[in-house]
Design a protein around this ligand. Sequence first.
Ligand code: PLP
Length: 377
Amino acid sequence: MPYSFENAIADKLAEKHKQGLLRSLCQPSGIDFSSNDYLGLANHFEIAKAAADAYIKYGAGSKGSRLLGGNHKIFEETEKWLANWKGTEAALIFNNGYSANVGVISSLCDSKTHLFCDRLDHASMLDGYAIGDGKLHRFKHNNPADLEKALKEVEPDSFKLIAVEAVYSMEGDIAPLKDYADLAEKYGAMLYVDEAHSDGILGPEGKGLVAQLGLESKVHLSLTTFGKAYGTMGACVFGSKLLIDYFISSARSFIYSTAISPGMVVAMQKAVEVSMRDGFRRDSVLKMSADFRQKIKEAGMDCLQSETQIVPIVLGTVEKAQKCKDFLLEKGFYVPCIRPPTVPNGTARLRINISASHKTSEIQALAEALIFYIQSL
Ligand SMILES: Cc1ncc(COP(=O)(O)O)c(C=O)c1O
């Protein structure tokens, strides 16, 4: 048979199907436990109205990359506001967390860089490394001793970058940031913390884990994403003016991409303002998550070291996780099944995201359905 690219792609897709790794798009139905809208802000009227007003005032598009005509004054005003909110010298808005991680990591990784990543770091950090250079060291998840072992092995005067998440997106556990900050200091490394799943939830007024632990002066760079707890979209990198100036000149995902619309930038700031004011959302999501975890742990389920609104239930094989997901869907709960390569082999799981928009009775009903399912296996 002559070569055909359609056949080659069909073969690749068939292989994924065989491995149980085919992905497909679907609409969540039933009570949604998949959403990252942890504070229930995605449909908040005040935020949507601020965005809508700004879209009408400034238009739907930014017209270009920030460096070529797209630098609306709203960006710089909001960056100043955001830097002040986080207590850093400077801030830089990116279109989303994925492009922020790709831009930050790739621009810091040249042939002399040693990048130290937790084994469970998000794909966007690894993709940043893939288009950069240098040497990658992946240390055991949430394991400062393993990080130190790797740090000890590299030349003392090399450029070292430690990149970690504050709360892990598929585990819901919290990184030992204080230990990482001490190691960064001891070995002269730069510390970058991705607060995608901690911002809005942890820390004073939801300022994240770095603020909760009082590590602002020890963390050199951090990332907030607005598509999760803040219910909008976009991202912001925080650090010194020196670092932000460097990214403006070097982060390819910043330089070579049309800026997000000014209306969305207005929405980002409004979402932070609402989340700071509405502390009850944070309190409620943390309390409901703790109660839920306690119930399912008592029933013998493995939710790893989760301490947050992200509650994994590890079932092992893809087939087992998929069956449990289907059962819950029948009962009216939409819970995603997370499979390798997103998580390590043999740890396929359900990932339950609790949100302030859930009712206590809905979470109680989900716990009961899960317990029934597991006990009837
Ligand atoms: C830890 C982490 N960083 C970055 C991202 C990417 O953020 P965004 O969805 O804004 O592209 C995600 C999203 O899945 C994430 O979980």
